[in-house]
Design a binder for this molecule. Structure first.
Ligand code: ADP
Ligand code: MG
Length: 452
């Protein structure tokens, strides 16, 4: 029966002679019992090399107490856990091979050490919390430098961490964290330091289950520098568009300037012709002004957006009033059809105006005398839809493809920048713009802008 026993077992007599060893003991020690029966234990294991073992055996024998320890069998390369029971006859020794377990423990320790190296040196803060965020289980060391608060302060009272979140971002952070209980989520917010300096933070987290308990684990990342780089990138992209466009602009302005110069020279030499050229010069100056205005609109960065609550109805009314004289002059009918506009939209009024002005101007330009331009504005729960339709000549497929390219114009006094500017502003406001047109029937431009 003892042969089936999963631990090695041996009985040693009072005089250290080996009285019994089971199969498992033979397996662990590599000695067969039959051959070593009645030999002294130190004949098999020298006391010098196995002093650690003998020490414990002696204690068990002399003090008649149970002893437990771990030792290594060098000749076998095996680590064992040893339990020694004193008996009337001597000692019962139980051996358990724990080499594998030891190796795993070592591997675990190494992986823990690697994790510690990672956590200790990571600039990002690694965190583990319970799913109601009332208890933080772990915060990596960089927490202190990123949040300007000791880890102890945060661990003892997790709500302390929320105190350094910018008050305007607090609700967003709370609802963001709440979402992390059920799925991967991230939230960006500002931290306010002790001297009022602000940092941009990104917190990412997701739930994990361990033995039926849900934890949320994640990372706090300082994205201040990253955001600044992004802004810089936006700016440099803008600059390169501007560089590309400058060449075009210079070219476009050079033509009217040459004309102005020429007429001024003629006027200087022939005073009686001066009045005659006055209007031409004024026209050319207006053209330059229009180009410069469009160009300035293009160079406005998206980050300069100043949103406010705007009633879309008032914007449309303003623009129709502004362009009424131009329409009247051409005998064009401007029809405005407001639809369920009983709420506001959060946007920049200047840019919204500019979109509508550009579209309505193009429509007025497109139609003949007596044409019709109609504007429809409609609010839904998520966005504002503006559409401008005309019964002008419409656009061919080729023209539709070209529309919005810089300096594409079919007008004698056009700048070819209007649609491009409009598209850019719609993009600034995170909206979309689409052209629908049929040659000979007219054009409908639809702009959709998010309300928030
Ligand atoms: P511009 O008005 O100075 O010509 P835009 O960029 O505003 O420059 O428009 C570019 C071109 O697109 C116009 O010259 C015109 O050919 C075409 N276009 C724009 N809107 C319409 C429209 N509603 N109907 C027909 N053509 C249009
Ligand atoms: Mg235009």
């Amino acid at each position: 029966m003892l042969d089936k026993f999963p631990q090695g077992m041996a009985i040693i007599g009072h005089n250290w002679e080996i009285q019994y060893a089971n199969k498992k003991m033979e397996e662990i020690t590599g000695y067969t019992f039959d051959r070593n029966k009645a030999r002294k234990l130190w004949d098999l294991y020298s006391i010098e090399e196995h002093y650690h073992f003998f020490q414990h055996y002696l204690r068990a024998m002399e003090k008649q107490e149970e002893v437990e320890f771990e030792g290594h069998l060098y000749n076998r390369g095996i680590t064992v856990h040893v339990t020694v029971h004193p008996t009337d006859a001597g000692l019962s020794i139980f051996l358990q091979d724990i080499t594998h377990y030891k190796q795993q423990l070592q591997a675990l320790k190494e992986s823990e050490e690697r994790f510690a190296i990672l956590a200790n040196n990571m600039k990002d803060v690694f965190w583990i919390s319970n799913d109601s965020f009332t208890q933080i289980h772990y915060l990596s060391p960089s927490f202190q430098s990123v949040f300007g608060m000791s880890r102890r302060e945060a661990l003892s009272k997790p709500e302390n961490v929320l105190n350094v979140v910018h008050p305007d971002d607090l609700n967003r952070v709370k609802s963001g964290l709440a979402l992390m209980r059920s799925k991967k989520h991230q939230v960006e917010y500002r931290l306010v330091g002790p001297n009022g300096e602000e940092k941009c933070m990104m917190t990412k987290g997701f739930p994990v289950q361990n033995n039926g308990t849900v934890y949320v684990i994640g990372i706090h990342e300082d994205v201040t520098e990253k955001n600044e780089m992004l802004k810089l990138k936006e700016k440099s992209q803008q600059l390169s568009t501007i560089t590309q466009m400058s060449a075009g602009i210079a070219h476009e302005i050079k033509n009217p300037l040459t004309a102005i110069k020429g007429f001024l020279q003629i006027g200087a030499a022939n005073p009686d012709l001066r009045d005659h050229y006055q209007n031409i010069i004024l026209d050319e100056v207006n053209r330059i002004e229009a180009i410069v205005q469009d160009f300035m609109m293009l160079s406005k960065p998206k980050s300069s957006l100043q949103k406010e609550e705007v009633e879309p109805g008032s914007v449309v009314t303003y623009v129709t009033r502004l362009l009424e004289p131009e329409a009247d002059e051409k005998n064009v009918q401007l029809i405005y059809n407001p639809k369920s506009l009983n709420d506001t939209i959060s946007t920049e009024p200047k840019r919204l105006n500019q979109i509508l002005i550009n579209l309505v101007k193009n429509a007025i330009d497109a139609v003949d005398h007596g044409g019709i331009v109609s504007i429809v504005a409609e609010l839904s729960s998520n966005d504002l839809t503006l559409s401008v339709s005309d019964n002008g000549p419409g656009l061919s497929a080729q023209e539709l493809a070209k529309i919005g390219e810089p300096f594409f114009t079919t007008k004698e006094k056009g700048t070819g920048l209007g649609v491009m500017v409009t598209k850019k502003i719609v993009g600034d406001l995170n909206g979309t713009i689409s052209y629908k047109s049929k040659k000979g029937e007219g054009t409908k431009v639809t702009v959709r802008l998010p309300r928030y």
